[in-house]
Design a protein around this ligand. Structure first.
Ligand SMILES: Cc1cc2nc3c(=O)[nH]c(=O)nc-3n(C[C@H](O)[C@H](O)[C@H](O)COP(=O)(O)OP(=O)(O)OC[C@H]3O[C@@H](n4cnc5c(N)ncnc54)[C@H](O)[C@@H]3O)c2cc1C
Length: 459
């Protein structure tokens, strides 16, 4: 059936749908000329110009089944879009079918167990506010527009992951429509749960619902921002090294990030414990002694604190990638001076390192293979509009080369880099072959794919 005849067929058949399905508008297929296509296509990264032939705007799991079966009949590849925050367009494709899930944003908190079920279209902003209003927390990232689906399927870290673990560590059940258009449930297929804890982004199926353990929400978040301005490259490098030393001593309720931007270094420190407590005070003293100044700490109720880290509204042009996982500053030692010099001389280039570790290291093994690495770097490039300026592109390339030359091999799947050669090993390390076996089982026709989706095993 052609997309258009299917669309009219679905439009005509609404009256005969069961009551539960008729409550929501039926599956809509959008083609490039249709009203609503641009909204449904729009990614957070405005440089992504990919144009799918069809966007299936799904409201129910049955819609997703129908969309995948339609793609199979029509011989179209399928990409999956939930929150649309993929750095490099892996939730879109050119000329294929995109399953668009923003309309599946239902949520439910089970009384007593505090298990939380959510649809793949739920955004972090709504996830936090809905759960916090009920006294619960699902530890996740901080940017409000990021989709819970994409975040969870690749790991999901943020201000609370040292204390409680990654978002994917809280996942207890997942339902998925596989590449053949069949529904799979991790209660029948435990391997699916293992894979969706860090290895499930657009690889072998479309996750249609997630169930998570939640945590009792800490009442407050203490935060403190430190800055040092006008640093030369060696000053930046010294500060980076010192940040690693101090951050390694933080207790689990604390999170920290160091952000190098031009000649400025900014350090963020947060804690779910009091800013007057010994750990926060000790870290504050150490950062001050390292030459960073601060206007003081702020303690606020969690809901309002999280809103402060929502990030800029998009779409924006950017080129962000993982800058690698590190065990300590020693991993970066040989590259640090060059990276700092490049960042200092390249407007728009940002090098950031975040703390991991803590509860992440203690969680059950899963497809996320980097638990032994307590630090994660990110390389960001932002510009105003149009194509990336040549100087910024050159600086970005130079930092990536410096990281590779320093032997930084492991990278975060949720910060993908389309230029990585050995991305299979970088993202999944020892878990890739197991993911490939699941791919063969769930999506033997490689229907669901993007440039760095798990490949079928070689025959
Ligand atoms: C501004 C910004 C801030 C961020 N902050 C953080 C952070 O604090 N912590 C962190 O860990 N990460 C962070 N990220 C990275 C983020 O986790 C990833 O970009 C994530 O994949 C986005 O998920 P999404 O659903 O919004 O994206 P989408 O673009 O919809 O999808 C991203 C990927 O997930 C796959 N996917 C999406 N939905 C499904 C589904 N239902 N079933 C199967 N596969 C699916 C897609 O194939 C694609 O590969 C941030 C990204 C941005 C742009």
């Amino acid at each position: 059936m052609s997309p258009l005849s299917r669309r009219s067929f679905l439009g005509l058949s609404i009256a005969s749908l069961p009551a539960w399905a008729a409550e929501k508008p039926a599956l809509r297929y959008l083609q490039p000329a249709d009203a609503g296509y641009e909204d449904a296509r729009r990614p957070f990264n405005s440089c992504i110009l990919l144009k799918p032939a069809l966007i299936a705007c799904c409201r129910t799991e049955a819609d997703v089944v129908a969309a995948v079966r339609h793609a199979k009949d029509a011989g179209l590849p399928v990409a999956v879009k939930s929150g649309g925050h993929a750095f490099h367009g892996f939730s879109l494709n050119e000329g294929g079918l995109v399953v668009e899930l923003s309309g599946m944003n239902n949520r439910l908190l089970e009384q007593g167990s505090y298990r939380f079920s959510a649809g793949p279209g739920l955004k972090l902003r709504d996830c936090y506010s809905w759960l916090l209003a009920r006294g619960r927390l699902l530890p996740a990232g901080s940017c409000g527009g990021v989709g819970l689906a994409g975040l969870t399927l690749g790991g999901g870290y943020g201000l609370f992951s040292r204390e409680f673990g990654l978002t994917c560590d809280h996942l207890t059940q997942v339902r998925m429509v596989n590449g053949n258009g069949e529904i799979r449930d991790s209660r029948d297929e435990p391997e699916l749960l293992w894979a969706c804890r860090g290895g499930g982004n657009g690889n072998f199926g479309i996750a249609t619902s997630f169930t998570f353990e939640t945590q009792a929400a800490p009442p407050n978040l203490a935060t403190r921002k430190f800055t040092a301005k006008g640093l030369d490259a060696s000053g930046l490098a010294r500060l980076l090294e010192r940040w690693f030393e101090i951050a390694a001593t933080l207790p689990d309720p604390c999170f920290s990030a160091v952000i190098l931007n031009g000649s400025q270094a900014t350090v963020l420190l947060t804690s779910t414990e009091s800013a007057d407590g010994p750990a926060f005070a000790a870290a504050t003293k150490s950062f001050s002694q390292a030459g960073l100044s601060s206007k003081g700490s702020l303690t606020k109720p969690l809901a309002s604190s999280i809103g402060r880290y929502e990030g800029r509204p998009g779409p924006l042009p950017f080129d962000n990638v993982s800058a690698g996982f590190y065990r300590s500053f020693a991993d970066l030692q040989s590259a640090a001076a060059g990276i700092c010099a490049t960042v200092r001389e390249t407007p728009g280039l940002i090098f950031q390192v975040n703390t991991l570790g803590g509860a992440i290291t203690r969680a059950a093994a899963s497809a996320y293979p980097h638990r032994g690495f307590p630090f994660l770097g990110e390389l960001q490039a932002y510009w105003e509009k149009g194509k990336i300026p040549a100087k910024l592109a050159a600086g970005h390339a130079s930092v990536r080369q410096a990281l590779a030359a320093a032997g930084i091999r492991r990278h975060y799947r949720n910060y993908p880099d389309p230029r990585l050669e050995n991305w299979q090993d970088a993202y999944f390390s020892g878990t890739y072959a197991r993911l490939q076996a699941l791919k063969a089982k769930l999506d033997p026709g490689d229907r669901i794919r993007h440039p760095q989706s798990v490949r079928l095993p070689a025959v």
